[in-house]
Design a protein around this ligand. Structure first.
Ligand code: NAD
Ligand code: ZN
Length: 344
């Protein structure tokens, strides 16, 4: 089968021919219908050689959807032909967090060497993908795989981040979304659907700000040295009750810290390496700083339900698997509108 693999540290990913995976007991083989392209893939491909080497060659793709193609011994939860989405943050399934569906915070994953597909285990950018357990599949139930595959990360991650701040986002409040790309443009829609907040979006190009407005941002402003003053002005000097940073580089983390209101939340989702040293007086009184990772199994079901009800839509650009290397170049250049999805 064809697969997109990151094979040599520092080189571009390549489309290669590899064997279709063998299905073991309890496992499920899906025929991939869609695979989303996330900025985190670039993070993996920028990791130092000695750190990434043990994972190579790595079939990329941690946003996956497919059709159940083969069932391993003992699997009864699904039938051949079922359309499914893959829950990506795989855990051990037996610790307390996994028992609560929060496999993204599995206590044993690191020690047991459990890695998410596309981020250590073979991922979805291939004709077939092996899923380790039925627990990690959610039925699509009528949702189009291409339009919705990215909800498994670009929907689930902002949903998890935003859900924890909802008690602070009642009527008359303000939420700021920094970075209106794959995650951010879904985040804006989740905020509009679930909170009473006025949404202010920040990005670096007029095209991205236009997308932000289209998906529901009340205000969309450039992420520059004037951004904090603009947020203060729009909030009558109070600042934002929650800031979601979907970039996470030093300049955006600085904006987030300076723009948050007293008792507000700063949520750093982007893994751009920005740091926020917090001490008394360095940030608004009683502000909280969080660094969430992905989301829980039940939250994925909730996100898919929002899509079914028409509350969120992913802006998708589709590409063939062989175009993937160019897609990553475009993503790096900030040239993808919404999410790029590969059709293996
Ligand atoms: P993306 O490339 O689709 O979107 C990033 C957006 O940020 C683009 O619109 C870009 O124009 C904008 N941007 C760049 N510099 C900016 C700046 N200085 N100010 C404001 N906007 C700026 O990326 P994505 O796939 O949405 O991922 C966003 C980030 O979230 C990445 O760092 C990714 O690795 C990370 N991520 C984290 C998790 C998690 O669980 N914490 C999960 C998925 C992705
Ligand atoms: Zn991702």
């Amino acid at each position: 089968m064809k697969a997109l693999q990151y094979r040599t540290a520092g080189s571009a990913p390549e489309v290669v021919e590899i064997p279709v995976p063998q299905v073991g007991p309890g496992q499920i083989l899906i025929k991939v219908t869609a695979a989303g392209v996330c900025h985190s893939d670039e993070f993996v491909m920028n990791m130092p050689a000695e750190q990434v080497a043990p994972m190579l060659p790595l079939t990329l793709g941690h946003e996956g959807a497919g059709i159940v193609h083969e069932l391993g011994e003992g699997v009864t939860e699904f039938q051949l032909g079922d359309a499914v989405a893959v829950y990506g943050p795989w855990g051990c399934g037996r610790c307390q967090n996994c028992a609560a569906g929060k496999e993204n915070y599995c206590s044993n994953a690191a020690a047991d060497g459990i890695r998410p597909p596309g981020l250590g285990a073979p991922g979805a950018m291939a004709e077939y993908m092996l899923v380790d357990n039925a627990r990690h599949l959610v039925p699509l139930e009528g949702l189009d795989p291409v339009a919705n595959v990215s909800l498994t990360d670009a929907g689930l991650t902002p949903y998890h981040a935003i859900k924890n701040s909802l008690p602070k986002l009642g009527a008359g409040t303000t939420a700021v979304v920094i970075g209106t790309g794959g995650l951010g443009h879904v985040g804006i829609q989740i905020l509009r659907a679930l909170s009473g907040a006025t949404v202010i979006a920040l990005d670096v190009t007029e095209g991205k700000l236009e997308l932000a407005r289209e998906v529901g941002a009340h205000h969309a402003i450039l992420s520059d040295s004037g951004a904090v003053a603009a947020i203060k002005e729009l909030t009558g000097g109070r600042g934002a009750n929650a800031v979601f940073d979907f970039v996470g580089i030093q300049p955006t983390v600085n904006i987030a810290a300076a723009a948050v209101a007293a008792e507000g939340d700063v949520t750093i989702v982007g893994i751009g390496g920005g740091m926020l040293p917090v001490g008394f007086g360095s940030i608004a009184y009683d502000a909280a700083v969080r660094t969430p990772y992905w989301g829980s199994r039940s939250e994925l079901i909730e996100v898919l339900e929002m899509a079914r009800r028409g509350q969120i839509t992913v802006e998708v650009e589709t590409f063939a698997l062989k175009e993937a290397p160019t897609v990553y170049e475009r993503l790096h250049a900030g040239d993808i509108r919404g999410r790029a999805v590969l059709l293996p």
